[in-house]
Design a protein around this ligand. Structure first.
Ligand code: ZN
Length: 184
C-alpha cells in the first residue's frame, strides 16, 4: 500500500493542507499553512543482492523473514536505502545485516518500478565467498537453494520472484544482463 499522506509539517508540526504550491507546480503537495514549507513526497529505493554460490552460480542465498510483512516467507537480502550510501553500498549493507554473508559485489542486475507503492527496487549480483552465514534478527534462517529447490510459492515479494526467475534464465544463457521491469 502507498505510504499514508503526511499530516503534519516536518518543520514546525502544524497540520498541513494538500494543495497546489504557489510556484507553478502542477501536483498537489502537503503545504504548511504556518511556515509555508512544501513537502515533496517521492519514491523510495529498495536495494538488495542476488548472492550466488559455486563456480557456476547454481545456488542462490535466500533468507526466511523473521519480521512482518510476510514473516516466514523467503526473500533475497534487501531493504530501504539509507541517506549517505550508494545503491551498491546499501545492497551490501542489507546483505550483511540479513544474512551475515561474505561476498564480492558484482554488477547491477534488476531495476523494478513498483509504482503502486511508490518504490524502485534494485538488485545487484553478488558472489558468495563462503557458504557460512550469520543472519541477524530480521532473518530466521539463511540457506542456499538450487533453482529446483526454490520454494516459488513461498517467496515474499513479486520483485524477488521476478529477479530470481531472471537470474536463472540468464544463468542458462551464460550471460547476465541488466533488466528493467514494471511490477503491476
Ligand atoms: Zn510548518
Amino acid at each position: 500500500m502507498l505510504r499514508l499522506p503526511l499530516n503534519h509539517c516536518r518543520v514546525c508540526g502544524t497540520a498541513v493542507a494538500y494543495r497546489l504550491p504557489d510556484d507553478g507546480d502542477t501536483k498537489e503537495r502537503a503545504v504548511c499553512p504556518a511556515c509555508n514549507t512544501v513537502h515533496y513526497e517521492n519514491p523510495l529505493n529498495v536495494v538488495g543482492t542476488v548472492p550466488s554460490w559455486g563456480e557456476d552460480g547454481a545456488q542462490v542465498l535466500l533468507c526466511k523473514r523473521n519480521i512482518e510483512p510476510r514473516r516466514g516467507k523467503w526473500t533475497l537480502p534487501a531493504g530501504f536505502m539509507e541517506l549517505g550510501e550508494t545503491t551498491s553500498q546499501g545492497a551490501a549493507r542489507e546483505t550483511d545485516e540479513e544474512a551475515g554473508a561474505q561476498y564480492e559485489m558484482l554488477g547491477l542486475f534488476t531495476v523494478m518500478n513498483v509504482v503502486r507503492v511508490g518504490q524502485v527496487h534494485m538488485y545487484y549480483r553478488a558472489r558468495l565467498l563462503s557458504a557460512e552465514f550469520n543472519p541477524g534478527y530480521e532473518t530466521m534462517e539463511a540457506r542456499l537453494f538450487t533453482e529446483a529447490e526454490i520454494p516459488w510459492d513461498e517467496i515474499a515479494f513479486k520483485t524477488v520472484k521476478q529477479t530470481l526467475e531472471q537470474y536463472f534464465e540468464d544463468r542458462r544463457k551464460g550471460a547476465y544482463g541488466i533488466h528493467t521491469f514494471d511490477i503491476e
